[in-house]
Design a protein around this ligand. Structure first.
Ligand SMILES: Cc1ncc(COP(=O)(O)O)c(C=O)c1O
Length: 1018
């Protein structure tokens, strides 16, 4: 072991202050910094300048320190930023001096400039952009040091990755746990077999050699355009293999992270863009990363024995062990393929050779089912995420249903063979083995859907590579892998035949020769084939990566290109005519381009990186690649996205009759009867339209005809719809961007907001309602009368605001005194969402004169309704017909009734109450943990979380709110924000939301709120 540990400096702060005063003429205050070798102090001078005082043990060589200084100068001179510290000279113009300690040791003293910023290990989260930038930074160090050298750089040092064998050999014995020792031995062996033989071919240069996440300093870590990096502690700088710089940087960046390979890919792509990595270096990278981690835990075991109290020594120990345990399961070639992808290369290099050979030799290969697959005997069965043949993600879980679907599709097409597509994202993989951190959804083979017992033939001469019964439910079942050769010097390829009969494996032997067209088995029957309808899974594989009898047949989206390279399209062999494959789906980019061209610009798209959705089911949405999102924002699919009962009602009625209200049909009156039964007795006459806006527009007409007045009163912050007059009464719109303010016939009254408003506590409702009284007076003063007061029963777009107690009761009194009509807009709040009541107005103990409905009324089917009293309806009977072409059509009424049925029979109002209470309770507890949560409010599943920078001033935390919404989406949870200050999280999920969903939401929110942009800013 290096002698430095024994002589590690341990000066007092007072002594250190004396030194800087005497040698540098500086005075100020000092703080000791954590350090591995040297003793370091952060010095803030009286003038406010910041430096680091570095005391190095006398056991270090002076020329090594000169080398370090020189490397710092070199890096700093390459850039005018604060990429690395600069060395300060003493009063006597020296960069290195020596002092004598009380113990008689002669330690070296240097002072370097202090790099402001935070250390990388504290940056949370480390976004993909951050990691790419970090890679670029490390690349810039490599580039900069590439033309630098120093005589002292060619030294022996135990942290040099070139010395992995000897360093680990020396320290490994201090690891007390034999399992951990074995882990380290595995990675040493990897180093021996993969690195050592090719070491001499690697590029060399001076490297910093310790870009660990406590040595990297960052400014503006979360600002993609202003982020900057710097590097500290040149104590390990050395002449070594250039690629070691990146390996070390990656090794530490992976600690405590999920998907380490994905993170390494980001860093590599950044590094490669600045300082290109050779193919050989890419191949060496994974074993080098692991070697560094193995070295670190070995040295750490020794260090801990020496200094059990030194916390810095154990700082990276635990996560490093966890990471090594994870990486032992990653095949080194798989890691290399991922790294190659990150560098823009074909991930699996042999893939191109195999593909080329297959293209040339396709005619020499035969069909695995004995007959060629042609446009007349086969047809594609669409199993994609958005397949309209599949009713829900769980639809095909039953193999009988799945089998029936296949037969139905084949019969309809008049063919006998079904084809399941390669590279198709699917939701049918529900076994645990597919549901890892990131679900696996991308199919890597072609399925040939034929009857069980059908013979399966080898497509070419080869040998049995391996076979196995992968008997886990919904796995590959009995599987045979045949190895084939291309050219004598070319790479082999493999065909994996799975879901075979168990008999197929009998009598097989590894290495057994098989001939082209020789029968190797039969298509298996359910359930021995793995639990699927009979089919042959035909997968072309370029590298089995030492696996036997099995390989991923379905890949995670994030590694899709890597897996598609390892498993190229088997149609190179099958030669199914392209004409039978449907056109590829439009990409996000194509859709966006057409939107720009053909869709009005004000029609916005959510999220910075918009979502392309392919399926919805109950409280979940799925993107085109099968990623599941929890929908916490959408109150339109009240009883769940594509709820099968609603879909059935719609289909059934649409397939029989869909016509307007001009003809007699029971659906219209039955539905009206059902809706009225949910309302107070006096609200008994319905008008059906197609949207919330239409409903509100009609409500205004009713009120105006009834009162013969025009003036309207509405609440500040409210939104009532998109027509001209509704924008006039919606301050959410007319006071917002592009708005033209409030017209003279509209009075806007203050929001009765118990959190942010002027009045609080008992009596606040009455005080706010006085605004309504004053509005009626203003109208009167102008010689007119009030037609209507229109309000939501609680504000949605206005910020999920529950009104102060007694507000509506008092407001209605004032309006009715002046013979105005009271309209309640239930477009957001109605249909059981309140939990305690079916309608929002019931929570304020009032009965409106007109109620308008929309959104949840049709669970996404466009329905709007207005329900009023016989008196108001009578006033509207002027002789002019009211007609809405599709309002109240037979299908809409069937859907509306089905929605009511589901809410009632599945007790969704009760569910809204219990889950809503649970969620509010958990959110309130979260409020105790996070200062930024100013207010949690809600009733049932209508909940708002208001984020503020300061709980006293209530300064809105708008940027943080946007961050939370975007970040939650990245983590698979969809929530929206709104309110006049854009700082309220709107929580209004489908009413099928469960307590487990509430937990997911709160846990994800807690995670995001503890990230830097939400907690300490950007
Ligand atoms: C309270 C309220 N009323 C009316 C509307 C308008 O409904 P639609 O978009 O169906 O026209 C909305 C829509 O967001 C709303 O939230």
């Amino acid at each position: 072991m290096d002698a430095r540990d024994k002589y590690r400096p341990s000066l007092s702060a007072t002594k250190a202050l004396d030194i800087v005063k005497k040698l540098y003429g500086l005075s100020g205050s000092l703080n000791e910094l954590p350090s591995y070798h040297d003793q370091n102090f952060h010095l803030v001078t009286d003038a406010g300048d910041e430096f680091v005082l570095k005391i190095t043990s006398e056991s270090e060589k002076r020329d090594t320190l000169e080398f370090q200084n020189s490397a710092m100068h070199h890096l700093a001179s390459q850039s005018d930023s604060t990429i690395s510290p600069r060395v300060l000279k003493t009063i006597t113009e020296e960069e290195i001096t020596q002092i004598e300690t009380d113990e008689g040791l002669f330690h070296f003293v240097r002072v370097v400039t202090y790099l402001p910023g935070c250390v990388m290990s504290s940056v949370n989260p480390q976004s993909p952009e951050f990691l790419i930038d970090f890679g670029r930074f490390i690349g810039s160090i490599s580039e900069s040091l590439n033309d630098f050298d120093h005589p002292a750089s060619h030294r022996e040092f135990y942290w040099d990755l070139q010395r992995t064998r000897s360093t680990i050999g020396q320290f490994k014995k201090h690891i007390s746990d034999p399992e951990k020792q074995k882990l380290v031995e595995y990675f040493v062996n990897l180093y021996e077999t993969l690195i050592v033989p090719r070491m001499d071919e690697l590029r060399t240069s001076v490297i910093h050699n310790d870009a660990n996440d406590n040595n990297v300093i960052i400014n503006n870590p979360h600002n993609n355009s202003e982020r900057s990096f710097g590097i500290l502690d040149f104590g390990d700088v050395i002449y070594s293999h250039t690629i070691n710089e990146l390996a070390i940087a990656i090794a530490y960046a992976l600690l405590d992270k999920t998907d380490p390979i994905g993170i390494a890919q980001k860093i590599i792509s950044g590094y490669h863009s600045v300082f290109p990595i050779s193919e050989l270096e890419l191949e060496m990278l994974f074993p080098l990363i692991c070697a560094r981690l193995a070295m670190s835990v070995s040295v750490s075991a020794y260090q801990q024995k020496l200094e059990p109290e030194n916390e810095y020594l154990i700082i990276s120990e635990k996560p490093a062990w966890a990471l090594l345990s994870h990486l032992i399961d990653v095949h080194p070639r798989y890691a290399t393929y991922c790294f190659r992808e990150a560098a823009g290369l074909e991930p699996c290099p042999d893939s191109m050779k195999v593909t080329k050979w297959l293209k040339k030799n396709a005619g020499n290969l035969s069909s695995p089912i004995g007959v060629p697959l042609t446009s007349t005997n086969c047809n594609v069965v669409d199993l994609s995420v958005g397949s309209t043949d599949v009713a829900s993600p769980h639809h095909l879980a039953n193999h009988q249903v799945f089998g029936d679907l296949i037969s139905e599709k084949l019969d309809a097409a008049g063919v006998t063979i079904g084809i399941g597509r390669y590279n198709e994202p699917r939701l049918i993989y529900s076994g645990d083995q597919y549901l890892t951190d990131e679900s696996r959804t991308i199919h890597l083979a072609i399925d040939i859907l034929v009857e069980s017992g059908s013979p399966v033939f080898s497509v070419y001469d080869g040998v049995v590579h391996s076979f196995q019964d992968n008997a886990k439910p919904l796995d590959n079942g009995p599987t045979i892998v045949i190895e084939h050769h291309t050219t004598p010097s070319g790479p082999p390829f493999f065909i994996l035949y799975s879901h075979l009969s168990r008999d197929s494996l009998e009598g097989l032997a590894v290495g057994k020769a098989v001939k082209k067209n020789e029968q190797i088995g039969t298509v298996g029957v359910y359930p021995e084939n793995g639990g699927w309808p009979p089919h042959l899974h035909f997968q072309l594989i370029v590298d089995m990566m030492d696996q036997k009898g099995d390989l991923y047949g379905v890949a995670p989206q994030s590694k899709r290109n890597v897996w598609l390279s390892i498993c190229p399209n088997p149609n190179l062999i099958l030669q199914i005519p392209e004409t039978i494959f449907p056109e590829p789906e439009m990409t996000k980019k194509e859709i966006l381009e057409l939107r720009w061209k053909h869709i009005g610009r004000p029609i916005g798209v959510s999220y910075r990186s918009p979502l392309k959705l392919a399926r919805g089911f109950m409280q979940y949405l799925y993107d085109e690649n099968g990623r599941q999102y929890l929908d916490v924002r959408n109150n339109v699919p009240q009883v769940g996205h594509s709820n099968p009962r609603i879909v059935r009602a719609l289909n059934q009625q649409a397939s029989v009759l869909n016509t307007s209200t001009r003809y007699l049909h029971a659906n219209l009156v039955k539905y009206a009867q059902r809706l009225c039964s949910k309302l107070p007795e006096e609200l008994s006459v319905c008008f059906f339209v197609n949207s919330g806006s239409e409903a509100n527009e009609l409500a205004l007409r009713l009120a105006r005809t009834h009162t013969k007045q025009k003036d309207l009163i509405a609440i500040d912050g409210a939104y009532h719809g998109n027509t001209s007059e509704l924008v006039n009464i919606s301050s959410y719109k007319h006071d917002g961007p592009g708005g033209e303010g409030v017209p003279s016939h509209v009075q806007i009254v203050r929001t009765p907001d118990p959190y942010r408003g002027e009045f609080k506590g008992p009596g606040a409702g009455k005080k706010y309602a006085a605004d309504v009284f004053e509005a009626t007076q203003r109208i009167k003063e102008q010689g007119r009368g009030v037609a209507a007061f229109i309000c939501e029963p609680l504000l949605g777009c206005g910020g999920q605001i529950l009104f102060s107690d007694g507000y509506l009761k008092e407001a209605f009194k004032h309006v009715r005194k002046d013979k105005g009509v009271c309209i309640v807009d239930e477009v957001q709040a109605g249909f059981g969402r309140m939990g305690t009541h079916f309608w929002g107005f019931e929570t304020q103990d009032v009965v409106p004169d007109i109620v308008t409905m929309g959104k949840p009324i049709g669970n996404g089917h466009p329905i709007g309704a207005v329900v009023t009293t016989p008196e108001i309806a009578a006033s509207f009977t002027t002789g002019m017909e009211f007609f809405s072409t599709t309002g109240g059509n037979t299908v809409s009424c069937a859907v509306g009734m089905a929605v009511l049925d589901v809410i009632e029979t599945e007790q969704l109002q009760q569910n809204a109450l219990t889950v809503g209470r649970y969620l509010v309770d958990r959110l309130s507890k979260l409020q105790n943990e996070f200062e930024i949560i100013g207010d949690v409010r809600g009733i049932g599943l209508f909940i708002g979380v208001e984020l503020v920078r300061d709980r006293k001033t209530l300064e809105p935390a708008e940027d943080q709110t946007r961050y939370v919404v975007e970040r939650m989406k990245e983590l698979g949870v969809l929530v929206s924000f709104d309110g006049p200050y854009n700082n309220v999280l709107k929580i209004k999920p489908p009413l099928v939301f469960t307590e487990a969903n509430a937990d997911t939401f709160v846990d994800t929110l807690a995670r995001v709120l503890s990230e830097d942009p939400a907690s300490i800013g950007f």
